[in-house]
Design a protein around this ligand. Sequence first.
Ligand code: HEC
Length: 113
Amino acid sequence: MALRTRLLAALFLATCVPVVPASAAGDAAEGERVANRWCVSCHVVGDKPMASDKAPAFAALAADPAKSEGYLKGWISNPHPPMPNFNLTRQTVDDLVAYIRSLGEGKKAIQNK
Ligand code: HEC
């Protein structure tokens, strides 16, 4: 009886521990959600055509080899005007960069067809 209670308690605790990803890799799906909320008014996010022409389309950033992951992280963490500084968390910056980079993968896949 006592053992069973302890086992149940252990099981309960094990399922309650939040799953922390081992790497701090960005989540592209979350990045897309953030981009559609915060970036879409200026940048072309995906194929939504409501952006200004002064800001580069995210797909264009993904296709440009000069815009490396490190470069994008640096820029989004510390942008210069006219882009506002959103004070995003490091995780959100990673998510956004993962999303932007994923657009490049799609493009390469299409080009390879
Ligand atoms: C108010 C308009 C505006 C918003 C909102 C905005 N940006 Fe920008 N962004 C710009 C402009 C304009 C540039 C080009 C600046 C330049 O070339 O000097 C830019 C440039 C960038 C660049 C670098 C481009 C390069 O070629 O070096 C990245 C990356 C970027 N934005 C990401 C984002 C992300 C991610 C968001 C949302 C969290 C966002 N931007 C929201 C206006 C905006």
